[in-house]
Design a binder for this molecule. Structure first.
Ligand code: XIL
Length: 373
């Protein structure tokens, strides 16, 4: 009897050790190496190594990186005659050192772009030619500096409205609809071998997807070798459906381009809005009922998150070959922008690693879809 108890507890210990070592050894990049790259967005504390634990986790788990903010115009080119390349150099260095595919995010966007870009010294709007000149200089300078190091660029971010029409951004208003074509031409001029992407949110909804399909066709017809479309992937537990996602990936694949999921995270908190748009400018007031999990995520919600992530990854794996990369927008729940968007100051749980850098049940669920657990 005693002997049996001992052997049972030895078995239990063995099982516990085995599962601990699964966590220690299993990585996202290794599990999906025959399917697609698995990337992560990094902030400065991670690629400079000042947050050593998160830097180590990023190194261990991912084989591609995206810059969360340091390559946006306001950060890399804050004043007309001043570029701020220090943080970007560290970001690129981190990727090179760790043999990662380095993504450039992004060149042309209506957000996180300083007002001066569109104005003259007196604050009046500049002409089409003057803005094209600024755009060309910026793209040639930034893309040129990292030529041969950055593997692909989000050349234009979020150019479309939800109904698929072109957004009336300052770029569009001053230059006209062909600002997109110009941006891609300048990027190609700066680095003829680099991959060029179009990146946006809500492309899983048919109306906006049709707009993106038309846009890609237009660029292709004008001789732009567009390599991929990025689905940002700021999802929640019910949107998009797996069918919408599958249809979207297949629709873009028909155009001969790859699909990347570029900013994946999952909202489990009560919605502050019915909108599915990832408009960074949204900012709703914090109310207690919008922030129910300040002391931890209930097991049932943790399980829903795991199941939901598994369902999405099954779609990605089924579309391997078209899906070239899946990038998470943050390393752990602690540093996700979802804690502050679209409501500031919430406790969010959108990623695969918790605030203590440990894998959540969603991590195991995702790994399982690769057939490696
Ligand atoms: C977000 C960053 O995560 C935040 O830190 C920043 O304050 C705002 O932008 N779509 C994009 C990303 O293309 O660049 C955005 O990143 C999230 C939505």
């Amino acid at each position: 009897m005693k002997k049996n108890l001992i052997s049972i507890s030895l078995v239990t210990i063995g099982v516990l050790m085995a599962s601990a070592s699964v966590h220690a050894q299993t990585t996202l990049k290794e599990s999906f190496k025959d399917d697609f790259l698995v990337g992560v967005a990094l902030n400065e504390s991670q690629f400079t190594g000042s947050n050593a634990r998160e830097a180590a986790l990023a190194r261990a788990q991912f084989n591609s990186i995206s810059p969360e903010n340091v390559l946006k115009w306001e950060s890399v080119h804050p004043e007309p005659d001043r570029y701020n390349f220090g943080p970007v150099d560290s970001y690129v260095e981190f990727g090179l050192k760790n043999n990662m595919v380095i993504i450039g995010h992004n060149l042309i966007w209506h957000q996180q772009t300083p007002k001066w870009v569109f104005q003259d010294d007196k604050g009046n709007p500049i002409s089409r030619d003057a803005l094209l000149e600024r755009m060309r200089n910026h793209i040639l300078t930034v893309v040129g500096r990292y030529k041969g190091k950055v593997g692909g660029w989000d050349v234009v971010n979020e150019a479309l409205n939800e109904d698929g029409t072109l957004r009336q951004s300052p770029w569009e208003k001053i230059i006209g609809d062909d600002y997109l074509l110009k941006a891609y031409q300048f990027a190609k001029e700066a680095d003829p071998n680099v991959q060029l992407y179009y990146n946006d949110y809500s492309l899983e909804n048919a109306s906006k997807r049709e707009g993106a399909i038309a846009l890609v066709k237009k660029l292709q017809a004008a001789g732009i070798p567009i390599a991929g479309v990025g689905l940002q992937g700021h999802y929640n537990l019910t949107w998009p459906t797996t069918n919408q996602l599958d249809e979207t990936i297949k629709a873009f694949s028909k155009l001969g381009v790859k699909v990347m999921v570029t900013e994946l995270d999952m909202d489990v908190l009560p919605p502050a809005t019915r909108s599915q748009a990832a408009e960074v400018s949204m900012n709703f007031a914090l109310r207690a009922e919008l922030n129910p999990y300040t002391n931890g995520l209930p097991a049932s919600v943790q399980q829903n998150l795991a199941n939901r992530y598994a369902d999405l990854f099954k779609v990605f794996v089924a579309n391997r070959g078209v899906v070239a990369r899946v990038t998470f927008w943050g390393v752990t729940d602690a540093d996700s922008w979802r804690n502050d968007w679209p409501v500031k100051g919430r406790t969010a749980y959108p990623l695969l690693f918790n605030r203590d850098c440990r894998p959540k049940p969603a991590f195991d669920a995702v790994i399982k879809t690769s057939g490696h657990l």
